[in-house]
Design a protein around this ligand. Structure first.
Ligand code: HEM
Length: 398
């Protein structure tokens, strides 16, 4: 969908996302999944107490499980390939990584079309191999969902996002656009890597920033302890009472927007934006990374200072204020932002609520990596490896 041109297919897909898949009611109905997966994640960190842990590895597994249960119900992958799982979790991560890389590369043949047949960089070959792997995965998932639906007959109730999409594929009432099975596969594909890496990388940046800034950690803890009383985990509905946590997330997204250039936008008519004439047909790249560092908009723009979001008029992060556009704005704005934020808020809060993080010998807070590895999404070059020490009553980790 991200690469789909504006038109009836995109409009239909977008409508399904907004009116069926990402409604507050639907997201609330999946909250128990997020709670279960979060507990597994936190228990996994507890099991590693006292040893250095690469948090990124735990986050990736957890976000993939959370999103895949919402989208597909079953995980369809496991630690090792078995009869009932299609791929191992590490193979699936590799597929997602390859997809992210290939989405972000500059293929010479796209700009000099006669060179395309030579596939000078080998990208087209890699895309075809990856496509074959995802095709097997999607075919299996869809066949499995269809078989379960046939078995349930009239009593069938959609359980996950694939079920909802397949219902639309059966709908013949829209004269303009038929949602084909191929389109369902594409939408499922958008949801899986689109939902997994995005939330995971945002969590990782927030954790890196807080680890580097003990002052911020102390204020965040104070807020969390006040809200939870130190006797329970932070829940999704706590966040209206946690303005400092919200400020930490905003500050993270200001400095580390997931897509520094958003997705390329395309002017479908002549227009004028902020005094600039933009001709129909122009491809527009919006540099959110630079916007987040503009010295005339942000005081000390390179400093990680969440307090800036607690002073003065509120700065929204979901497209209302053009200074902060981590999810884009307008028609092409991220449809999954609410799900993404629910995951990010509770995870970041609980990682610091549940554990003190010690640095391995010889390491200091300033050594936490802030160098960006550029791709379709931009993540820290070196993932943090730190030692968790539980700080809550033991029964909470079981
Ligand atoms: C913190 C988490 C997330 C961030 C920072 C994020 C960021 C973005 C950005 C920057 C865009 C491009 C917007 C533009 O070009 O104007 C986008 C589009 C999109 N995102 Fe997200 N996203 C997140 C979570 C999610 C989740 C959880 C899902 C789904 C499960 C999702 C699905 C999509 C889709 C389908 C699009 C394409 C929309 C279109 O082209 O109309 N995102 N996201």
């Amino acid at each position: 969908m991200t690469w789909a041109p504006y038109g009836p297919h995109w409009r239909k897909a977008r409508k399904i996302y907004l009116t069926e898949l990402f409604t507050p009611k639907r997201l609330d109905s999946f909250e128990y999944i997020r709670v279960e997966e979060r507990r597994t994640f936190l228990s996994g960190l507890y099991a590693q107490r006292g040893k250095p842990v690469v948090i990124k590895n735990h986050i990736r597994r957890y976000t993939l499980s959370s999103i895949s249960r919402v989208v597909l119900s079953d995980k369809f992958f496991s630690d090792h390939k078995t009869d009932t799982s299609l791929v191992s979790i590490s193979e699936f991560h590799e597929m997602i990584d390859e997809w992210m890389v290939l989405n972000g590369v500059l293929n010479i043949g796209d700009w000099i079309p006669w060179l395309n047949v030579f596939d000078l960089q080998g990208y087209i070959k890699r895309m075809k191999i990856l496509n074959d792997k995802f095709e097997v995965f999607h075919n299996y998932v869809i066949a499995d969902h269809m078989a379960k639906k046939a078995l349930a007959g009239k009593n069938f109730v959609p359980k996950d996002m694939v079920d909802v999409l397949l219902q639309f594929a059966e709908d013949e009432t829209d004269p303009d656009v038929k949602l084909t099975i191929d389109a369902v596969k594409a939408l499922v594909h958008d949801l899986m890597p689109g939902g997994t890496d995005t939330s995971g990388v945002t969590m990782e940046w927030a954790i890196h920033e807080v680890l580097r800034h003990p002052r911020v950690l102390a204020k965040l803890r104070e807020e969390i302890d006040r809200v939870t009383g130190g006797e329970r985990w932070v829940q999704e509905d706590d966040y209206p009472e946690m303005p400092y946590l919200e400020a930490v997330i905003k500050e993270t997204l200001r400095l580390h927007p997931l897509s520094p250039l958003l997705a390329p936008h395309f002017a479908i008519e002549d227009c004028n934006v902020a005094g600039y004439d933009i001709a129909k047909g122009t491809v527009v790249l919006i540099n959110t990374w630079s916007i987040g560092r503009l010295p005339d908009q942000w005081e000390d723009p390179y400093e990680f200072r969440p307090e800036r979001f607690l002073q003065g008029p509120e700065i929204g992060m979901t497209g209302q204020d053009f200074r902060l556009l981590p999810f884009g704005s307008g028609r092409r704005k991220c449809p999954g932002y609410s799900l993404g934020l629910r995951l990010v808020r509770t995870t970041v809060a609980n990682v610091f609520h549940g554990f003190n993080w010690k640095f391995p010998e010889g390491m200091k807070a300033e050594d936490i990596c802030m160098v960006e590895r550029y791709g379709l999404t931009t993540c820290p070059e070196v993932p943090a490896s730190v030692i968790p020490e539980p700080r809550l009553p033991i029964h909470l980790y079981k």
